[in-house]
Design a protein around this ligand. Structure first.
Ligand SMILES: Cc1cc2nc3c(=O)[nH]c(=O)nc-3n(C[C@H](O)[C@H](O)[C@H](O)COP(=O)(O)OP(=O)(O)OC[C@H]3O[C@@H](n4cnc5c(N)ncnc54)[C@H](O)[C@@H]3O)c2cc1C
Length: 483
């Protein structure tokens, strides 16, 4: 019987446990994850050059520190000066982040500063990008604005993929030293709910293939995007209230560092947001990786999705970034996750279960890309296992039109952004479960059941997920850490 069970060990769960230790009044805590401890996580793609579809779970997204372990580790230190053109504080992700519904801007910035300091304490790089060239950034923002784009600027700390692994390793040791119980390679299959209150979880231990009920008086769901689909099913099964969420569908774009030189130097990551003609859908760049590498990761139902990251030391000569279109569906369709899964499935099948890559010039000329086209291309793909093909077979007309028009718009600010040799990889999809309805204490309509992090739609990135964990710990203990 535990005082608290946390499902998932991504950054939101890790920071929840960290803060409970700091507050020193929570005794019997259990974290459960289907993946492995961080030191045992490795992606075979590094060695074999292509995704081997690790079973039972993808090592890139599962295990201690969740999707954070192999992430690029960009910590977006959104703060009060990070405002969009309407003067609203910008917190990343969809519509400026959902955090504002739960806290004042002052509390959010205090939380960000506190969480940033914890990252520094565990070895994050002291250098902050995006703060030294404010005049140049302003000029770029004005140019973007003249072309109907919003270029959002904020300070950013870059851990780098290999350093992120080390940092989270130190956090794992810290949690162990402070008697936080951790159960790895264990899948939470279901929740135990009686009379409107949570009583525990039903687990399946992957190593010895046994099932068990684990009781706990409080349960926090921190399942990330990896668990978004599972979470949606659980919400339906147990009558956990949700709001219709969205799904972000798009591609990973790869182009020479030279083209992105100024953005990379001044901002490290430039967040362009536009509403291109004719649909006016929200399209944005996301997760920019200067001198980075395009990567693949495997999600539920064996879906392979593209992503990107960059190392601190190992460098390519390409920048990659996501171009995502937010899809909000209205009555009678209420299954954004299934829609995204269908798009991914089609593209995966077309690419023989690998990520597909196509030259922009080929899309514009209405032809597929062939492997030999890539050999002669000036932009050499950094994802070696990607298969040359035709993305337009799998991405919907509306999504594709949005992306192509957006690329043309950004080209007016960043010359060369629409060069025909630039590469589009797909599918890149960000699944958020239908947003779980939470009260001010992150509690669902089930007594004692909470939800934090990306999975339930509360956050969309490392920093905010980590902040959500800290805040959750303070809520659970009823304390505010003034340190
Ligand atoms: C390649 C890559 C690069 C990224 N780069 C950046 C970046 O530079 N900056 C940034 O801000 N964000 C980045 N992200 C996103 C970032 O990693 C996530 O926003 C963050 O990890 C979310 O934290 P979380 O705690 O909500 O969930 P996650 O980190 O997704 O962790 C969820 C955990 O829950 C476990 N889980 C799920 N369901 C179950 C279940 N039923 N039973 C047991 N365990 C379960 C999973 O195994 C996983 O370990 C990147 C992600 C990837 C994959």
């Amino acid at each position: 019987m535990y005082d608290l069970i946390v499902v998932g060990m991504g950054p939101s769960a890790v920071f929840l446990a960290y803060e409970l230790i700091e507050l020193n009044n929570y005794k019997n805590v259990l974290l459960i994850d289907q993946g492995k401890p961080v030191e045992k996580r490795s992606c075979p793609m590094e060695k074999v050059g292509h995704c081997v579809n690790c079973k039972p779970y993808c090592n890139i997204t599962c295990g201690f520190s969740g999707a954070g372990a192999f992430s690029d580790g960009k910590l977006n230190s959104y703060h009060l000066s990070s405002r969009d053109k309407n003067g609203n504080i910008y917190l990343g992700g969809n519509d400026g982040g959902y955090f504002k519904q739960y806290m004042s801007e002052k509390e959010i910035t205090d939380l960000l500063t506190y969480t940033d300091n914890v990252y520094l304490k565990f070895g994050a790089d002291k250098k902050l990008n995006g703060v030294d060239h404010m005049d140049e950034i302003k000029k770029l923002q004005e140019k973007a604005s003249r072309n109907n784009l919003n270029l959002v600027s904020y300070p950013i700390r870059h851990l780098g993929t290999e350093k992120a692994h080390i940092l989270y390793g130190k956090l794992e040791d810290y949690l162990k030293e402070h008697n936080i119980n951790m159960l790895f390679e264990t899948e939470v299959k279901d929740l135990i709910i009686e009379d409107g209150s949570v009583k525990g979880v039903k687990v399946h231990k992957l190593k010895d293939k046994t099932d068990e009920d684990i009781m706990g008086s409080k349960v926090v769901l921190a399942v990330g995007r990896k668990g978004a689909s599972w979470l949606s099913e659980i919400c339906i099964k147990h009558g956990i209230n949700t709001k219709l969420g969205s799904v972000d569908i798009g591609i990973r774009y790869e182009l020479p560092d030279k083209v992105m030189e100024k953005i990379n130097e001044y901002m490290y990551e430039g967040k362009f947001i536009g509403r291109p003609f004719p649909y006016g859908d929200k399209v944005r760049t996301f997760c920019q990786n200067p001198s980075g590498f395009v990567s693949a990761e495997v999600y539920d139902n064996g879906l392979t999705l593209v992503n990107g990251h960059s190392y601190k030391d190992k460098k390519s000569t390409n920048t990659n970034l996501a171009i995502l279109v937010s899809h909000h569906f209205t009555y009678p369709f209420d299954k954004p996750i299934e829609y995204g899964e269908n798009v991914a499935q089609n593209l995966n099948r077309l690419g023989g279960n690998a990520i597909m890559v196509q030259r922009l010039g080929d899309i514009n000329r209405g032809r597929r890309t062939w492997p030999e086209d890539l050999e002669n291309n000036s932009v050499i793909p950094t994802l070696k296992g990607a298969v040359a093909g035709d993305l337009t077979y799998g991405l919907g007309y509306r999504t594709m039109t949005d992306i192509l028009q957006f690329i043309k718009d950004v080209d007016k600010v960043v010359e060369g952004f629409a060069h025909p040799d630039n590469l589009l990889y797909g599918p890149e999809i960000k699944f958020y479960s239908n947003e779980v309805v939470l009260d001010k204490n992150f509690m669902t309509n089930i007594n004692g059941l909470y939800s934090i992090g990306d999975g339930g739609g509360l956050t969309t990135g490392l920093m905010m997920a980590s902040c959500a964990g800290v805040k959750m710990a303070r809520i659970l203990t009823g304390e505010k850490n003034e340190k």
